[in-house]
Design a protein around this ligand. Sequence first.
Ligand SMILES: Cc1cc2nc3c(=O)[nH]c(=O)nc-3n(C[C@H](O)[C@H](O)[C@H](O)COP(=O)(O)OP(=O)(O)OC[C@H]3O[C@@H](n4cnc5c(N)ncnc54)[C@H](O)[C@@H]3O)c2cc1C
Length: 486
Amino acid sequence: MNYDVAIIGCGVTGAAVAYELSKYNLKTVVLEAENDVACGTTKANSGIMHAGYDPKPGTLMARLNRIGNKEAHEICKKLDVKVSWCGSFVCAFDENDDKTVRALYERGLENQIPDLEILNSNAVHSLEKNLSENVTSALYAKTAGVVSPWELALAFAEVAVLNQVELKRNFRVNKITKIDKAECNPQYESAYCITSEKGESVNASFVINAAGVYADDIHSLISKPRYEIKPSRGQYYLLDHEARDLVSHVIFQCPSNGTKGILVSPTCHGNIIVGPDAVATEKDDLAVTREGLQQVAELAKKSVPSINLGLSIRNFSGVRANSTVDDFIIEEVPEAKGFIDFAGIKSPGLSAACAMGAEALSLLEKAGLHIESKKTFIDERHHIRFAELTPSEKAELTKSNPSYGRVICRCETITEGEIIAAFNSPIKPVSVDGIKRRTNAGMGRCQGGFCSPRVIDLLIKSGIPPQEITQDKTGSKILLGSMEEL
Ligand SMILES: Cc1cc2nc3c(=O)[nH]c(=O)nc-3n(C[C@H](O)[C@H](O)[C@H](O)COP(=O)(O)OP(=O)(O)OC[C@H]3O[C@@H](n4cnc5c(N)ncnc54)[C@H](O)[C@@H]3O)c2cc1C
């Protein structure tokens, strides 16, 4: 099959690029190794829309963070993505930290970040009653927020698919060869044949490499290595809704040890998130360790001494795509015309996501892609969140569609109707966690203990054979066979 553009990887970066390209009359395909969107770093991070005071001025990170944060306001609204623009504090605890806070403020001004302010101790404590009394000052960034990272990626990808972008799941790219342009689109100079580990192939004139921590491996399939991904793992506690009033802003400490500083933050789902640390690791190492979590807990208590980590309902970790270059690597590969890397997309990659599409389009056009706007681009997405409706809206909906009257996830009040709507969405979920990412079923205090069997039942009813149902990624099987067979 011949395409104009192939995007490798459907995390938030690849999905954002797919969304942008779906506005044009192009044949675009997204090749994703896993069975769903957002199965990589995009599903395991702090979920902060950083304001943009942190990246070094003049870097791609600084520019794309600033634009991405600004664009996210409108994009999250029209694509119905959960976000809360709650603002963030970077707290100082001594004179050295006060200087760091001042330096971050100056850097923020240089990065053209609006609404930054340095607050003294009284002012900070008047806004956050549970903060340590040792906080001496804080950088207040009013434009920071918290977003659902996997929902942002899903929203981009769903709208792209609605607008005729093809998504091929379970397509793990393991070979790329340059081919003659006559075998693909003769009007373009470049042409590539991209093959999956199962042997399926697609041809494309242009390629976007958005493979997250594997972007250096994808790059090396077509060119000599120019950078290396040096992954760094960060681990977290997620606290129950009972802790929700602990803080109302994102609370950072001063940056240290390769992180933006340990945070205690509300999530857009009404939980509190605590973490992450930073430990050099392997690309697929998502372990959590007792030592790491202990360190996170101690540091978190420095900011919010009354934090009760006994309210933790889940620990998890994510892997940063840190690289040998101290910036995002977004460029056409010199020896491979039309092949564009989006590599080293570490933090603030999520905050920059809403700027990635325009960046890709501009590089693709420079590489020779011709674009023409679609006359019929559908630029919206709507989602029923039953728990957020008024009593009369709930009654009306349940009357017209009784499946909204059947609660599947008791902790989060997620109904069968919402899960069926997910099956009918442009990218059908195929796993228990795929449903969780789309509806929040299983996100609550019991972490799916109650609803998982019901969700599995709905997956079976949607047409997936029982033995093929997975918890999450391909291979994470739940049911092994019938009792008689076993
Ligand atoms: C601990 C931690 C905290 C963070 N906190 C924040 C934050 O608060 N704010 C912020 O802005 N950023 C944050 N980040 C960074 C942010 O999460 C990332 O920048 C962003 O998620 C990167 O998205 P991506 O699409 O580039 O990569 P990914 O989400 O990893 O997506 C890459 C995709 O490529 C696919 N893929 C890989 N290899 C292949 C292959 N061979 N063939 C086909 N597909 C392939 C993968 O399956 C995956 O779906 C954090 C990161 C971490 C780890």
